[in-house]
Design a protein around this ligand. Structure first.
Ligand code: SF4
Length: 409
């Protein structure tokens, strides 16, 4: 897939920074971030979580640096981490300096609670000398009280103003390796704030809906905000803030980029019809079984589970592989072409088997190996079903007759 040829709005040009080995902004791929929930002083536990996050698609991981033990932990975590580490700083300038000393590849400062200009400039100077970027992480819930008062609340303009003031301190000490976030828990506020930030700054933007909450609502809020902006070409890196295992955040971020065509799909994409009265089988059950079986293999393939043989193969003809359920039989199809007819209780097994073969041999080879009689069998099934369904399933003729008789008195 050519991820540069997205039909979404063209990406807004931002300057590029480097968070360790990960470039952010400019023409760099949009990166996914998440944050550990372990105590950073727990080096092994934190590294375990970082590996899990990286495995789910996180490109950058943030860890809190809230005490000396956390900074000491970071000194051990950074060299063993598979991805760059950003230290999250609130209130304590000493923790920012300690995190830099620990070798982190990025800092996140919250302008709402690290307020003294001389301290902000001290951190920026130190980061500048070490070549470490900083995220100005404005948060509607912890906006500087003066700004809150001046704007009459955490408005989009207030969030952007907070970032602008912080940036001005950075510029005073000639520090420019900056990315910016203007997060709010209100999706509408967040969208407006990022739109304004995008017009105001040329620095990379880190997208997120803060405190989005548990699944599934948190996922919806995060997606509503982040996807809207990405579709407008706004955003260079993102984080879902979910009240859940952080691997859900990384998974959500990666999946969002994949479904928007902004990141190449590495794993399974299972599509399934929502089912309807035409379905001859329990589509939800089969889709879940197929998802479980295929996810475990993590094959880079798009698989469709469709509830009926009449519409299924056609509607999912773009899928690499699919199954359409008929009466007691399923039609296995590759790119819309029927390759095999299988028994109902063998549908999931057949899907898994064929998925492995497609990944190993390729679509063309598997189409060439198709069962030549399958299409004719499938056609007979479809004809039979259409006949069943097209026939008088609602006893329509009888009803119409009765209606007419009543009408005639
Ligand atoms: S594929 Fe068939 S069963 Fe599934 S929603 Fe479409 S018509 Fe209904």
């Amino acid at each position: 897939m050519d991820v540069t040829a997205s039909p979404l709005s063209p990406r807004r040009k931002t300057r590029q920074i480097a968070v360790g080995s990960v470039k952010v902004g400019g023409d760099a791929p949009i990166s996914v971030q998440s944050m550990t929930t372990t105590k950073t002083a727990d080096v092994e536990g934190t590294l375990q979580q970082i590996y899990a996050l990286a495995g789910e698609g996180a490109d950058i991981v943030r860890c809190t640096c809230n005490e000396v033990a956390a900074a000491e932990g970071l000194a051990q975590i950074v060299p063993r981490s598979p991805v760059p580490i950003v230290a999250d700083i609130h209130f304590h300038v000493e923790m920012a300096l300690a995190a830099l000393e620990a070798g982190v590849q990025g800092l996140r400062l919250n302008p709402g609670n690290l307020r003294k200009p001389e301290e902000i400039k001290l951190v920026a100077s130190e980061a500048r000398d070490r070549g470490v970027p900083i995220r100005i992480g404005v948060n509607a819930g912890s906006l500087h009280p003066d700004i809150y008062e001046r704007f009459g609340g955490a408005t989009p303009e207030a969030l952007v103003e907070s970032a602008r003031l912080e940036l001005a301190y950075f510029e005073e000490v000639d520090f420019h390796d900056v990315k910016i976030s203007v997060k709010a828990s209100s999706v509408a506020t967040m969208i407006a704030a990022y739109r304004l930030a995008s017009e105001t700054f040329d620095h990379p933007l880190h997208l997120g809906v803060t405190e989005a909450g548990p699944l599934p609502g948190g996922l919806l809020k995060g997606t509503a905000g982040i996807a809207t902006l990405l579709a407008e070409g706004i955003g260079d890196t993102l984080r879902y803030s979910l009240t859940a295992d952080p691997v859900e955040e990384a998974r959500a971020g990666r999946t969002l980029l994949e479904v928007l065509g902004l990141r190449e799909r590495k794993g399974l994409d299972l599509i399934a019809c929502p089912s309807c009265g035409r379905a001859e089988v329990d589509v939800i059950k089969i889709a879940n079984e197929a998802q479980d079986a295929l996810s475990a293999l993590n094959l880079p393939i798009q698989v469709a589970v469709m509830g009926c043989v009449v519409n299924g193969p056609g509607e999912a003809r773009h899928a690499d592989l699919g199954i359409a359920a008929g009466k007691k039989r399923g039609h296995l199809f590759i790119k819309g072409q029927i390759v095999r007819v299988v028994k109902e209780d063998e549908m999931v097994e057949a899907l898994v088997d064929e998925a492995k073969k497609i990944v190993a041999e390729g679509v063309e080879a598997r189409l060439a190996a198709r069962d030549r009689g399958a299409e004719a069998e499938a056609e007979a099934d479809r004809a039979m079903l259409l006949d069943d369904r097209g026939a008088d399933v609602n006893h329509a003729r009888e009803r119409i007759e009765k209606i007419r008789r009543r009408a005639e008195g």
